[in-house]
Design a protein around this ligand. Structure first.
Ligand code: NG1
Ligand code: ZN
Length: 547
């Protein structure tokens, strides 16, 4: 231990000193900030990943990315053994370790080691990958230096999407039961399932589905991976890849976040009537679809629309199979009210609401046999409990069931392989959406017609200290400051279909306001009024929210 601490201290001082005294926090999406502030943080996260690996006696993942943030930013997310996000108590260890002075690093490590009962005799293994940012290679070297200083070994995958690395970690920790921990293994698992299911679809003459898709890859890692993907898809899907990084800038005027927030197509995408377009984000863990109708009007198919499509499809397969497994959908407060009403009333699938951040949705989804979860911004997946997975597998082979039941169970089995259950995955979600549309023989406007989104508006309000706002009820009720929730309530009742809530952002220094109502003008007005209430009651700074 002492030898390791000396090696750690030496590399810290000589190669990765903490040059600036700025506090950094492991938030909902790991560490994320300007790349020039991150070298010492990455080095220290290498150390932490090694200790985490020794604690869990398993391989840990470390993904270098800042997702949809601009090229100038970067960041890191650690991945736990089952391919899930890092456990919350270790998020505090990460924040602690990233912020101590260089001379306190050794004692900080000792504190964590003794708190967590780390087995120092276990050799740590850390799987490392990065997105396409210019700073990623340098930061990956810092991270690997940290792992090695702590006595661990790294496997460097180079360029991967975030969900690909989550997949690799799950594979290796299940002795490759979940899949093979290589990029080839990843593509093989997903696309074999996709092609098998596509092949089974009877080609009806009135099938309106067209197997072409235009993809905006956000000038990020999604582009080279989507090119690779196409070689596995036979004729079942043709992808025309735009914003592939050959000239444009990462996430600039493109990508899933831009499309969702701006409610317009990414630059470089030409929309043809009813032709499907999709956008990935910078690390390819989010996807949104969109199209233009015959009048050229833009329609966004966000995470809510994807979730309802997926939940409806799974419910149909479940009911055909006769299996009595409970299917549920998890959303956040940002889910459009129309989607929640549609799922509850039309699909009759139970809906749960979780706090913002995929780890909250993921945990809530684990309570269902089949848990579908999506954030409105397009991050989501489906998880199958062990019980569900084994019941589905047995039913697919059960000769006492009818052929219809067995076929439905066999299809569900293959669908499980198509889905990256570790985390939201733009590639896997895209294949799932394409499969469902092809199964139903739908054009994108058929999918869109399930329900009409309520007009909505999001605003940001700058306040002196956003922690004065605390919330409950999955962030839908403001507990403090006193009187704010009453103020919101009294504004909401003035509007038909009015709904609004406020919460401090977990990734930006702002308070977010969400409002929806019967018309866009009313949604805008309600958001502005609620924003003004936040500004007045929670210490607004700068300009008040504009109408
Ligand atoms: P914050 O900044 O806490 O609202 C944002 C997104 C989340 C999630 C995280 C992590 C919205 C309203 N919020 O969180 O959904 O994706 O970033 O990337 O889109
Ligand atoms: Zn992302």
């Amino acid at each position: 231990m002492e030898g390791m601490l000396e090696a750690v201290r030496k590399a810290a001082v000589e190669k990765y000193p903490r040059k600036v005294n700025r506090k950094i926090q492991y938030g909902t999406a790991g560490f994320r900030t300007r790349e020039e502030y991150l070298d010492h943080v990455l080095y220290r996260m290498g150390i932490l990943a090694a200790i985490r690996s020794q604690t869990k006696k398993a391989t840990i993942g470390a993904m270098i990315t800042a997702s949809h943030n601009p090229e100038e930013d970067n960041g890191i997310k650690l991945i736990d053994p089952a391919g899930e996000m890092l456990e919350a108590t270790w998020e505090s260890h990460a924040t602690f370790l990233a912020n101590v002075e260089d001379e306190d690093l050794a004692s900080a490590i000792k504190t964590i080691v003794s708190k967590e009962n780390v087995s120092m005799d276990v050799t740590a293994t850390v799987y490392v990958a990065m997105d396409t940012r210019k700073s990623s290679q340098r930061l990956s070297e810092a991270l690997q230096c940290g792992v090695q200083a702590a006595g661990g070994t790294c496997k460097d995958y180079g360029l991967l999407t975030t969900p690909q690395l989550h997949f690799m970690v799950r594979c290796v920790n299940t002795n490759n039961q979940y899949g093979t921990a290589t990029e080839e293994g990843y593509f093989q698992k997903l696309t074999t399932a996709f092609c098998k299911l596509r092949q089974q679809i009877a080609q009806k003459t009135d099938n309106m589905y067209k197997s072409t898709l235009t993809l905006d890859a956000a000038n990020g890692i999604g582009a080279p991976k989507a090119y690779k993907l196409t070689s596995y898809l036979a004729d079942y899907l043709t992808i025309d890849i735009c914003n592939d990084g050959s000239s444009g800038k990462l996430n600039y005027l493109c990508g899933a976040d831009y499309v969702k927030v701006q409610q317009k197509p990414a630059d470089g995408m030409t929309l043809h009537c009813n032709a499907r377009c999709a956008s990935f984000d910078g690390d390819a863990d989010r996807i949104v679809y969109y199209y233009a109708d015959k009048d050229g009007k833009f329609h966004l198919m966000d995470g809510d629309k994807i979730a309802t499509l997926v939940a409806g499809y799974l419910q149909e397969l479940l009911s055909r199979s006769g299996l009595t497994l409970n299917l549920g959908l998890v959303q956040t407060a940002y889910a459009n009210g129309s989607s929640t009403a549609y799922i509850t009333k039309n699909l009759k699938v139970p809906v749960a609401c979780a706090a913002t951040g995929v780890k909250h949705l993921h945990h809530r989804a684990l309570e269902f046999d089949l848990g579908v979860y999506f954030e409105a911004n397009g991050h989501g997946t489906v998880i199958f409990s062990e019980n569900a997975s084994s019941q589905i597998q047995s039913a697919a082979k059960d000769s006492s069931l009818s052929e219809i039941q067995r076929d439905a169970a066999a299809q569900l089995c293959t669908v499980m392989d198509l889905i990256n259950q570790t985390v939201g995955d733009a590639i896997s979600d895209m294949l799932l959406v394409e499969l469902i549309l092809a199964t139903y023989g739908w054009e994108i406007n058929d999918w869109d017609s399930a329900y009409i989104d309520l007009p909505n508006r999001q605003l940001k309000v700058k306040v002196k200290d956003r922690t004065v706002i605390t919330t409950a009820n999955a962030e839908r009720t403001a507990l403090t400051p006193d009187g704010l929730q009453q103020a919101v309530d009294s504004l909401v009742v003035k509007y038909e279909h009015g709904r609004s809530f406020v919460r401090p952002s977990g990734t930006e220094d702002v308070v977010r306001v969400y409002a929806e109502a019967d018309t866009q003008a009313n949604a805008d007005k309600l958001a502005q009024e609620v924003g003004q209430a936040v500004y007045n009651m929670a210490g607004g700074i700068g300009d008040p929210p504009a109408p």
